[in-house]
Design a protein around this ligand. Structure first.
Ligand SMILES: Nc1ncnc2c1ncn2[C@@H]1O[C@H](COP(=O)(O)OP(=O)(O)OP(=O)(O)O)[C@@H](O)[C@H]1O
Length: 643
């Protein structure tokens, strides 16, 4: 394949466009250039010359044109290929004057644009009577020649057009151009042609880069005219490249304007604009040459493709340590009417993308419901991220949720850290115990939910996040609002779809299914099976118990029972008493739930178990059938009441 620069090799292709007087002169020097240049000489001027020049431009067969006088000016203004101008020098005129003097002492000189003042000074020297005239158009040239003829000037010096007119008037015409000025014109044209080739080759390379870009790109010059663009940008502007090149960008929607960038030189990136019925992320920057702004570039990235790339990037990262939901509706055991109703409601919520608020006592299965909703929603294969708001001190929870930038606080990790909102992007964020969130953080959370974007701690730019929120609480939020511990606007924002998970004591029908499921599962893990007779004997006690720790307590108790049963320490119905030693709660009066029972009783029980476990909270929580977070909360509460 030929590279653009290889195309720049070979002789420079020049085209002469002039009346025949100059063409004749040009033909006489062509041979001197040998291999350096290839010539085409055309005896035409103005409109006819322009038509031919444009045809050559389109076919790309010419590197530069050569012309003179008014003709050259006319062509220059209409062609994008360079036009070298053959200029008349004082020396040329002197030579022509000497030739003219051999014929007559009355000489007319007709020059393009302006007369030659020096001639007035030398005419006495040459002892010639000189009449000077200037012209701009062929008609003016003709008129000037006619006037000279009328005033009895037999010889006229001038350009090709002038010579042509003079001959028509029957005068002697002397071309003002000398061979040396024609040679100078050709040298200029060779240089212009060489530079034009290099520029074309560079442009072709740049264009190759532009075309390979996925986004729409264009560049303008200092005057805000389009000088380069790629195919996607042609589609945005709704025209072909040939139509668009050279057009002022002002004609297009104001959002695409680069005038501000040309003015200030300041780049700006990231703003989303809507043009041609699509959303684009716009970038604008200035082009500088040696510090001077010479143009500007506009880039438009399809917002949809950025979103897709963002999603795939985030999901790529997520695959490494993806927080996923483990449970679905199939894992939600229980067939009591209350649970069935809750399950049905949750299923309907799963079909929407709306915020859900789940309330219920600790251990009733709120997180399990949240996971089931997520797993049945359109976000099922996206992350499910759970955070217990009561388990973190305020500032730590803030950085957990929103992440932080490097240097946000002393000890912040290098490179910063994305928060749970970002980790949950496109998925679900489960905010457990939302009632325990500190009010300042509630304000930040509300803003994130409303704006659908977050700002990392120490960060400036907002990061858009697409997250479904499922919040849970064991406390009545309306009471917390009265106590000014919960913001009412956040409450209204999250309290859209409500799900109440009933305590286990209100659905005793579920105990049998739950207990047999938990026991069978634990025993299987221990390589044993459930003895139906023993289970039948145990069931009335399980059903009668009030389960202050709800399903979690039942699950923990089943684990304990399974260990005892699997090791053959309890065998047959007679061993119920034996079990009673290890599971006294089933055989004694039920422990009052912390909220309902007296604080003193609860404190006593808590202290008792803490003493038994040597202060180990994990084990204490397990024995009490509550989560660690709940234990921590209760301890805080008791301390608060004590002071
Ligand atoms: N209906 C159910 N079927 C099977 N297992 C359940 C059910 N409900 C709860 N569980 C189990 O009980 C335990 C406690 O449930 P979960 O953590 O969802 O409760 P929670 O209400 O979110 O508790 P907390 O308020 O203390 O965070 C979990 O191990 C869960 O799998």
């Amino acid at each position: 394949m030929q590279t653009p620069l290889a195309e720049a090799e070979g002789p420079i292709r020049l085209c002469f466009l002039s009346y025949r007087h100059l063409s004749r002169l040009a033909r006489s020097v062509i041979e001197e250039y040998g291999d350096r240049a290839q010539f085409e000489v055309i005896d035409e001027s103005f409109e006819a010359a322009l038509a031919i020049a444009r045809a050559r431009e389109r076919s790309g067969t010419i590197d530069a044109f050569v012309s003179a006088g008014a003709n050259a000016s006319f062509l220059r203004g209409s062609l994008s290929t360079p036009v070298a101008v053959i200029k008349v020098t004082g020396y040329d005129i002197m030579l022509a004057m000497l030739k003219a003097r051999e014929i007559t002492r009355r000489v007319g000189v007709v020059s393009y644009r302006q007369t030659v003042p020096e001639l007035d000074q030398v005419r006495d020297l040459l002892r010639v009577e000189v009449a000077q005239k200037a012209y701009r158009t062929p008609a003016e040239a003709q008129e000037a020649v006619r006037e000279l003829a009328a005033h009895g000037y037999p010889v006229v010096i001038g350009s090709s057009i002038v010579c042509e007119s003079a001959e028509k008037e029957g005068l002697t015409a002397i071309l003002s151009y000398s061979l040396s000025s024609v040679r100078q014109g050709i040298e200029d044209a060779l240089e212009l042609g060489r530079v034009a080739r290099l520029e074309r080759a560079r442009y072709a390379q740049l264009d190759g880069v532009l075309q390979s870009l996925e986004g729409a790109v264009l560049a303008v010059d200092r005057r805000h005219r389009i000088v380069a663009l790629n195919t996607p940008m042609e589609r945005v502007l709704g025209g072909s490249r040939a139509e668009l090149l050279g057009q002022p960008l002002d004609r297009y929607p104001a959002e695409l304007s680069l005038l501000g960038t040309l003015e200030s030189g300041e780049p700006d990136r990231g703003e989303v604009i809507r043009v041609a019925r699509r959303d684009w992320v716009r970038g604008r920057s200035a082009i500088r040459e040696r510090g001077q702004i010479t143009g500007a570039v506009l880039t438009l990235q399809d917002a949809r493709s950025i979103r897709e790339a963002d999603t795939s990037l985030r999901s790529q990262k997520r695959k490494e340590k993806s927080p996923a939901a483990r449970y679905s509706f199939a894992d939600l055991k229980g067939s009591s009417p209350a649970l069935q109703r809750a399950r049905e409601t949750a299923r309907r919520f799963a079909a929407t993308d709306i915020t859900v608020l789940i309330s219920g006592e600790s251990g009733t299965g709120k997180e399990l419901f949240a996971q089931a909703i997520h797993s049945a929603s359109r976000r099922a294969d996206r992350p499910f991220v759970a955070v217990n708001c009561s388990a973190f001190p305020e500032t730590l929870l803030e950085s957990e949720l929103f992440g932080y930038e490097e240097g946000a606080f002393s000890g912040s990790r290098r490179g910063g850290k994305p928060g749970l909102f970002e980790a949950a992007h496109t998925g679900t964020l489960f905010l457990d115990e939302i009632g325990d969130m500190a009010p300042p953080l509630q304000t930040r959370l509300l803003r994130a939910l409303q704006e659908r974007e977050i700002v990392r701690l120490g960060g400036v730019g907002p990061i858009p996040v697409d997250v479904r929120i499922i919040a849970a609480t064991h406390q009545p939020l309306d009471l917390l609002i009265q106590e000014r511990r919960f913001r009412s606007d956040l409450y209204y924002r999250i309290n859209i779809l409500r799900l109440q998970v009933p305590p286990l004591r209100d659905r005793a029908e579920d105990v049998e299914e739950l207990a047999s499921t938990f026991l069978a599962r634990c025993l299987r893990r221990l390589g044993s099976t459930l003895d139906p007779e023993l289970f039948a004997a145990l069931l009335p006690r399980l059903v009668a118990y009030r389960w202050p720790g709800n399903v979690r307590e039942l699950e923990n108790l089943c684990e304990r029972l399974a260990v005892l049963l699997a090791h053959g320490q309890a065998d047959g119905p007679a061993s119920l008493e034996y079990l009673a030693q290890d599971c006294p709660e089933l055989f004694a009066l039920p422990q009052p739930p912390p909220a309902a029972g007296s604080a003193a009783d609860w404190r006593e029980r808590l202290d008792e178990v803490l003493a038994e476990t040597g202060g180990r909270r994990q084990e204490t929580a397990r024995r009490l059938g509550i989560s660690r977070a709940t234990l921590w909360r209760h301890m805080q509460e008791l301390e608060r009441r004590a002071t």
